[in-house]
Design a protein around this ligand. Structure first.
Ligand code: BGC
Ligand code: NOJ
Length: 811
């Protein structure tokens, strides 16, 4: 069952009922100001950091779930409603929500009044625009009242929901004409404030929540709206809000457009005040002036569309499969941008206060986005590297505003350092900019203790080598990619974290997965030194890689698949010898991607085992059989009910590793089968089962052992976005950047032919056509570049910023 449809031409997903199985959301913002908005106008916005600079309030796990946002109410005669359906929930005559790239439009029609609200954040300005158009579609004149509503967060979202001792007493606002200023803590310690304005004189306002709602009223029944009249309340303490009241008269067919601007402004210390107690509003006034009418909004939307044209033009595909086209050309890169911006901080599942930027997460997110905005990727790499310690280990997470490592979680996730190498080589392959390696980057954010980025990479690489266990495999530390496989934790106390309570010394439990990573990423690292002309170093890296490869084949393989780990006692994890959790997905993917066991046949057997034991209707589960009881020596993984999350859920993040592994073995049908099982556009028809947005990946889909198999959770912020983008664009379609050009190495189902790919690489445009005359899965005989034939599958980069036609002949 579907709840909408894709409008590919407009690059929108169109939702035609407010009653989706879960709030289906979108993201606004490209630079510093960001917003989340659901299909019924729920959500919030923040500046840079969802924890430290939250602008509007949002209550997670609310009842109903998604209650709170930028709401509009209409009082029409004796009736009132919301054109976004929520929060009033009065039936509308018609409803539509269009989630587009960086904007959302919600249209509600009732009693001959059509209201359309456009939410967006323009490029370059810290404002959220809410454009409201009201149109009288009937034949008689109409007079209605329109009320806006937002609730301010007192900036620090954590404090805001825990420290009522303080927060109930500090709320401060100022009203000036049609502008409501939120200036809590500005007098004392903050150099920033927020404002909410509308481009027309108002008939009233409210800034005190209880006055607006009434002491017993909810957002679905504000007293002010029911009465049809603002109360001009001025909040002191308690809960500041901003609501404008407008009386609107509309002749038949008349349309009026109002532009509401929700903005954020910072002032220098010496410019904070114009006189005692009167805040300096000049920056706010300038922004309000800039967005004073609909033309400015139209321009902002057009600029945003152009911005996206440019970003999406870097890689696009034209094939017979419209689902493939819409994933590759629109929605997957869009989600990649979102994960790049948000890491795992703010979604409808991530509260914005728990986790900031993840070290491993952000490095992986970068893979899916680097070709679109290389200069942002560069800065991100340097920011991440600055949270590395001198011994090569790294803070697992950091705060986006301060860019400082998060001490609560600390370090000790032994996969973390290696991801930095992968992100950096991806950046250099895309841009050719090897100068990034010479940048001086702090250790532990200490500007007085720095090393070049290349030195950081070396520390990442040797960190693994300095931390090998009894079999010569990498020690797992607190956890590797699988946060919930905690082999040194042995937690029996429900009040402690599975990851940080590490109570075994941690020098025995080993990870085969990190072994696979080391080989895959080690080869990248060696290739980097080839590029730098340092053959000796490259060779010495390859010696270590070879040793690890042998070690994984010898100690990291069971009968028919790669082992997952050795636990604290030296027992196998992910082995046929285990009763539960016999086979895990992650090492099958990464070890085969790394080429381990390809010659010996172990890789193929591993992939066949994946198909046999992990592959299901909805994707590949993480391991099998699910743990049915808590194993203290395995940690959090076995604390989940069977079929959920890391306990045999379908963790979409690692399915693309299997796809890529299949391409290594040349099995194009299999690779694409795995792709189409989890790519959202392909499962749109089962939205009632899947529950999450059909235009983006979710982190997890409940596995075969679950109570509700196929039901997803945790949409949007997941490494799934970047890795599926990698799998489809670089390994299945096979177009991937290299230091000196583009490799074209498709691995596709046999009946694929005549696929057109446009790739903009270092400003040169390559129009690539893949021809498959002999109907094979993999292998390229020759490339024809502007009519000139060349053996092999490599397109040397042409540095003329021109346009070139390339035919790729498989064979
Ligand atoms: C764990 C968290 C962890 C998260 C991400 C959760 O299941 O409880 O500690 O950060 O997974 O993997
Ligand atoms: C989500 C985390 O953000 C990611 O870092 C981790 O690899 C996966 N969960 C698997 O546990």
């Amino acid at each position: 069952m579907k709840f909408g449809y894709f409008d590919d031409k407009s690059r929108e997903y169109v939702i035609n009922t407010p009653k989706t199985p879960y709030p289906w959301i979108n993201y606004l913002g490209s630079d510093d100001m960001f917003g989340l908005v659901s299909n019924t106008a729920g959500g919030y916005c923040f500046y840079k950091d969802a924890r430290l600079r939250r602008i509007t309030r949002y209550r997670y796990n609310n009842i109903p779930l998604d209650n709170g946002g930028r709401y509009f109410y209409i009082k029409d005669g004796n009736e009132y409603y919301s054109p976004s359906w929520m929060p009033v929930k009065k039936d509308l005559d018609s409803y539509e929500c269009r989630h587009g790239l960086g904007y959302t439009k919600i249209k509600g029609v009732k009693n001959n009044l059509q209201t359309e609200i456009t939410y967006t954040i323009p490029l370059g300005d810290n404002v959220e625009i809410h454009r409201v158009s009201l149109k009288n579609t009937g034949s008689s004149a109409k007079e209605v009242s329109l009320f806006s509503f937002i609730e301010f967060c007192l900036y620090n979202a954590y404090d805001d929901m825990t420290n009522y001792q303080r927060t109930y007493s500090i709320g401060a606002v100022e009203v000036d004409g049609s502008v409501i200023y939120h200036k809590t803590d500005y007098r004392e310690r903050r150099n920033h404030f927020a404002f909410y304005s509308v481009n027309t004189p108002i008939d009233g306002f409210d800034t005190d929540r209880d006055t607006f709602l009434g002491q017993f009223g909810g957002l679905h029944e504000p007293e002010v709206v029911a009465e049809g009249k603002s109360r001009n309340s001025v909040a002191t303490g308690w809960n500041p809000i901003a609501s404008h009241g407008l009386n609107v008269k509309l002749a038949p067919n008349e349309e009026k457009v109002f532009v509401f601007v929700l903005g954020y402004v910072e002032n220098k210390e010496e410019e904070k005040w114009v006189s005692k107690g009167v805040i300096n509003k000049s920056k706010a006034v300038a922004l309000i002036e800039k967005y004073k009418d609909n033309n400015a909004v139209e321009k902002a939307l057009a600029d945003l569309a152009k911005h996206w044209d440019n970003l999406l033009s870097k890689y696009s595909v034209e094939s017979d499969d419209e689902k493939l086209n819409r994933m590759v050309n629109i929605w997957n890169p869009y989600q990649c941008m979102t994960t790049f911006n948000m890491s795992r901080s703010a979604s409808f599942f991530e509260t914005g206060i728990g986790r900031g930027m993840g070290f491993r997460d952000s490095n992986q997110d970068l893979l899916g986005f680097v070709h679109q905005i290389p200069h942002k990727a560069k800065q991100r790499i340097l920011d991440i590297a600055a949270t590395q310690f001198e011994d090569g280990s790294a803070y697992h997470q950091y705060q986006p505003l301060t860019k400082k490592g998060n001490n609560e979680i600390g370090s000790g996730f032994n996969d973390d350092p290696l991801w930095l190498i992968l992100a950096t080589t991806a950046y250099i392959k895309e841009t050719g900019d090897i100068s990034i390696l010479d940048e001086q980057v702090p250790y532990d954010c200490n500007p007085n203790n720095t090393g070049t980025l290349l030195e950081h990479l070396e520390k990442s690489f040797t960190y693994t080598l300095n931390n090998l266990g009894p079999h010569g495999l990498p020690l797992i530390g607190r956890a590797d990619w699988n946060d919930c496989l905690n082999l040194n934790c042995f937690s029996t106390n429900p009040d402690e974290s599975f990851q940080t309570c590490q109570n075994k010394q941690g020098r025995t439990a080993e990870s085969v997965f990190i072994g696979g990573m080391f080989v895959y990423i080690g080869k990248e690292y060696a290739q980097l030194f080839d590029k730098l002309g340092n053959k000796e170093k490259s060779q010495s890296i390859m010696n270590e890689v070879q040793k690890m490869k042998d070690c994984v084949e010898t100690h990291g393989y069971d009968k028919d698949w790669f082992l997952r780990a050795y636990d604290f006692y030296g027992n196998k994890v992910g082995s046929d010898e285990n009763e539960e959790g016999k086979i895990f997905i992650e090492p099958q993917g990464f070890c085969v991607m790394a080429g381990i066991g390809v010659e010996s046949g172990k890789a193929l057997r591993a992939m066949e085992s994946v198909d046999k034991y992990l592959n299901t209707k909805y994707g590949c589960v993480l391991q099998n059989p699910a743990y049915s009881e808590y194993h203290v020596n395995l940690g959090e993984i076995s604390s989940y009910p069977p079929g959920y999350k890391e306990n045999a859920g379908i963790f979409c993040h690692n399915n693309p590793w299997i796809m890529i592994a299949e391409t290594v073995l040349g099995r194009g049908e299999k690779a694409f089968e795995y792709y189409s099982k989890i790519a959202p556009a392909y499962i749109e028809d089962i939205s009632e089962i899947h529950k999450m947005e059909p235009y983006v990946y979710a982190q997890m889909i409940a596995g075969k052992d679950a109570v509700k198999p196929g039901e997803a959770k945790n949409s949007w912020l997941t490494g799934t976005a970047a890795w599926n983008y990698e799998a489809i664009t670089k390994w299945i379609l096979g177009v991937r950047p290299d230091y000196d050009g583009i490799v074209v190495d498709p691995c596709v189902p046999k009946d694929w032919d005549n696929i057109k790919i446009k790739r903009v690489f270092r400003e040169t445009v390559y129009n690539i056509t893949i021809k498959n005359p002999n109907k094979i899965n993999k292998g390229v005989k020759k490339v024809i570049i502007d009519g000139v034939e060349k053996e092999g599958n490599f397109i040397p980069h042409i540095q003329d910023k021109g346009t070139h036609n390339v035919e790729v002949i498989m064979g």
